[in-house]
Design a protein around this ligand. Structure first.
Ligand SMILES: CC(C)(COP(=O)(O)OP(=O)(O)OC[C@H]1O[C@@H](n2cnc3c(N)ncnc32)[C@H](O)[C@@H]1OP(=O)(O)O)[C@@H](O)C(=O)NCCC(=O)NCCS
Length: 475
């Protein structure tokens, strides 16, 4: 089954546009690659180390379009005519959606990952809407990094975006320095910042260090005790890391984000440098507030947003996507597991109690030797669960399990779900071979696995039931 999709990302970066759109697109590109898809990037120009970063990830960059299965637009300058001209499904990232979202009537998926978007009601019923920080496009490194414990504020980072078009960074650093005369202050500046030389001189006078074009943003931000950031995408990264933050709206489109941060008490929000000095001093003195915000931020932005967006894109193209399972999936997975046909096809036949299931499900979610995904259809309706036990030994097989919701059987979705899971196992180098153990009297399952490329590999006995072993190997 040929299942890998070719996805084209369209995003620009530079002094006027900033780096935000490109960094978000990069995060989506990495998540697409982790799901086994092929990614290309269309852009007229990319500054700094971005071209090398794309090359390292295997993302081909060009000013021309190639033949693809879907296109992702991220940028305010894209017109409806451009998305309408795409002969394939389109995903549009629009920070202003939903009010402006009908700018993209052709989009199969509209994404606004901002904090304030979650409350909005989409203005039309067609297409799929991904709204709020559950869909934040964070690069994978933000999942892997653990910020240090919240304690005394010794290191402060100032980051006002890749370009800082109004040149406010030096005054911001001066305001922080006034509040914390002895703290270590680092400034993160993008290569797109047109005033870099002057910024270095100003920061040197304030005993602050300038870091340019930081490659490992997650580790750098996680090492800070407090970050002063523009109320853009960086805020979502800081919430995910649990690093306490003071936000400043430095562009009009950041105003609603800043209001939401203040309303939900997720971060301090300031309007100007005078307010900043006061806010830094107060927040640095309030350990408890920094701790509680850190916990709430991590709950809100769990770092799986890009994987969820990949699933929506897959579903828009193929009718089925896979996203990581989370705690909210406990009830539906119990329903599917207790469906009589599922029980009859399982090696343990008795009905599963709610308590047992919750215990089991929570353990599986936290088990590093497991991967569990929820299949969802093009409307985002959860349609089944697919799970892999990772190999016990380096070259051993993974074991795959699949249950579709009764409402979604008989539509040919099973083979797609199996192939999507195998693709992720391969892309993540998690297993070179995968086994499925299936009862001989389960023709739908045998057929679905065979359609997904599994071949018979003998028989075995599981809990007193004979089972057919089907085997899949990376080509
Ligand atoms: C097994 C399961 C995932 C398959 O999903 P599904 O939606 O029913 O399967 P599909 O509609 O994709 O059908 C798969 C294939 O089996 C065929 N099939 C379905 N029922 C069949 C039957 N009774 N006899 C012969 N072939 C059958 C279909 O025609 C299809 O073949 P095709 O791809 O050549 O058209 C689903 O039935 C399920 O969740 N069952 C309960 C749990 C389970 O058995 N899990 C598998 C153990 S790992």
């Amino acid at each position: 089954m040929s299942d890998s999709l070719r996805i084209e990302l369209r995003a620009e970066a530079g002094p006027a546009i900033g780096l935000g759109h490109a960094m978000r697109s990069l995060a989506l590109g990495q998540a697409l690659i982790a799901a086994g898809h092929q990614v290309s990037w269309k852009s007229s120009h990319l500054p700094g180390s971005l071209p090398q970063r794309l090359e390292k990830l295997g993302i081909a960059w060009s000013a021309e379009s190639a033949a693809v299965d879907a296109v992702v637009f991220d940028g305010y300058h894209f017109t409806p005519a451009e998305s309408a001209a795409c002969p394939v499904p389109v995903l549009t990232v629009d920070d202003a959606a939903p009010p402006l979202a009908d700018r993209h009537p052709q989009a199969a998926v509209v994404l606004n990952p901002n904090l304030h978007a979650a409350d909005a009601i989409p203005p039309r019923s067609t297409g799929r809407w991904l709204l709020g920080p559950r869909f934040a496009l964070l690069r994978p490194e933000f999942l892997g990094v653990q910020a240090g414990p919240i304690s005394t504020v010794q290191r402060v980072i100032v980051t006002l975006g890749g370009a800082d078009p109004d040149g406010r960074t030096a005054a911001t650093v001066a305001a922080v320095r006034q509040a914390l005369p002895t703290a270590e202050i680092q400034v993160i500046a993008g290569a797109a910042n047109p005033r870099l030389a002057q910024l270095r001189r100003d920061c040197s006078a304030l005993d602050a260090q300038v870091l340019v074009d930081v490659a490992d943003m997650a580790t750098t931000l996680a090492a800070a005790d407090l970050v002063v950031a523009a109320a853009g995408s960086t805020v979502l990264e800081l919430l995910a890391l649990g690093v306490p933050c003071i936000a400043m709206a430095i562009a009009d489109n950041q105003e609603p984000v800043a209001r939401r941060l203040a309303r939900d008490d997720l971060a301090e929000v300031v309007d100007d440098e005078a307010g900043l000095t006061k806010a830094v001093a107060e927040l640095a003195a309030d350990l408890e507030l920094r701790r509680s915000r850190s916990v709430r931020g991590q709950r809100l932005v769990d770092g799986h947003g890009a994987a969820r967006v990949v699933s929506a894109l897959e579903a828009a193209v193929t009718g089925l996507g896979l996203r990581p399972a989370d705690a909210d999936d406990a009830l539906s997975t119990l329903d599917w597991a207790n469906d009589p046909i599922t029980r009859a096809a399982s090696f343990g036949r008795s009905e599963i109690s709610t308590d047992d299931h919750h215990r089991w499900f929570t353990a599986k979610l936290n088990d590093a030797t497991q991967r569990m995904w929820i299949a969802e259809d093009a409307d985002g309706i959860p349609s089944g669960v697919i799970r892999c036990d990772l190999p016990e030994h380096h070259d051993g097989p993974a074991l795959i399990h699949l249950t579709l919701a009764a409402s979604h059987r008989g539509r040919g979705l099973a083979a797609k779900a199996i192939a999507a899971a195998c693709r992720r196992m391969t892309a993540g180098h998690l297993a070179a071979t995968i086994h499925a153990l299936i009862m001989p009297d389960n023709p739908a399952s045998l057929r679905a696995f065979s359609r997904a490329g599994f071949v018979p590999a003998g028989t075995t006995t599981v809990r007193g039931h004979s089972a057919q072993i089907l085997r899949w190997a990376v080509k």
